[in-house]
Design a protein around this ligand. Structure first.
Ligand code: G5P
Ligand code: MG
Length: 234
């Protein structure tokens, strides 16, 4: 890996950063990822977006995973690795910085990722569950790009339409209250061992707050010690 030393601050700046963002469903991973990849010129790989595309395309695998996703359950590890394994192999060879969002979700996935494409930085979002439950009710997404909106937070310029393409926005099937409840329960159960794994490797940093605008400047400041931003946060 290429490393340059920033002599002005004595800081080690990486040419290429391999990062991961974790957090409960609705904690703002997608929203914050959009800001990170734009500001630091990184690739964004969201396991949820990959699955939703397969479901929309109605591939055999897409129909199979839909049964889990729609009910707010995790896609089984073997199936998940089959789907994302190729993507991970490509990431391990990529010459650009990247940010994984939504993977890994289980200890076996964590160990597999560690073998194929180890990350250098793990960002964990800590947002209270009552805040999350409230905000997912207003979530609208643009399916083909994965762009995320919220009627209370970052509303689209034209209601119900994507800002860039003008195409219709949709609500996610798994944002129904019972699915959200199940997803939050699963996260509470599964995240601990994954976070412990990364804490032991000394690569975990947690960011707490109730809003994205409160959390984002802290993440920016942290990442700017690792990689040169393309856009400065003013
Ligand atoms: P996903 O797609 O990975 P989740 O459940 O981890 O889904 P989700 O729901 O996509 O996470 P997020 O990305 O953390 O949430 O949050 P977000 O979309 O950015 O923000 C939520 C809403 O809040 C948006 O409307 C946003 O605009 C708004 N918002 C953001 N900040 C603020 C704020 O400050 N204030 C307010 N008011 N609003 C704000 O996974 C989906 C499913 O795929 C399967 C599973 O079935 C999973 O349930 N799956 C996997 N299964 C197994 N293994 C894996 N690795 C899997 N990956 C996915
Ligand atoms: Mg998301």
């Amino acid at each position: 890996m290429k490393i340059t030393i920033d002599v002005s601050s004595n800081m080690t700046v990486l040419k290429r950063l391999q990062a991961l963002i974790m957090g409960a469903p609705g904690s703002g991973k997608g929203t914050i990822s959009e800001r990170i990849v734009r500001t630091f010129d990184m690739m964004h790989i969201s396991s949820g977006d990959i699955l939703r595309k397969m479901i929309r395309d109605k591939t055999d695998l897409g129909n199979e995973v839909n049964k889990f996703v729609v009910n707010g359950q995790l896609v089984p590890d073997d199936l998940m690795l089959k789907i994302i394994g190729n993507e991970l192999n490509l990431l391990s060879l990529a010459d650009r910085s990247w940010l994984l969002d939504g993977f890994p979700r289980t200890k076996p996935q964590t160990l597999n990722l560690f073998k194929i494409a180890p990350v250098q930085v793990v960002i964990s979002l800590d947002v209270p569950f009552d805040v999350i439950i409230d905000r997912v009710k207003g979530r609208w997404i643009h399916p083909s790009s994965g762009r995320v909106y919220n009627t209370d937070f970052n509303a689209p310029k034209i209601p119900g339409r994507d800002d860039i393409t003008g195409e219709p926005l949709v609500q996610r099937e798994d944002d129904k209250p019972e699915s959200v409840k199940r997803r939050l329960e699963i996260y509470s159960e599964m995240a601990g061992p994954i976070l412990e794994f990364y804490a032991e490797k000394n690569i975990l940093t947690q960011f707490s707050g109730k809003t994205t605008n409160e959390i984002w400047p802290k993440i920016y400041k942290f990442l700017a010690t690792k990689i040169e931003p393309k856009e400065k946060l003013t």
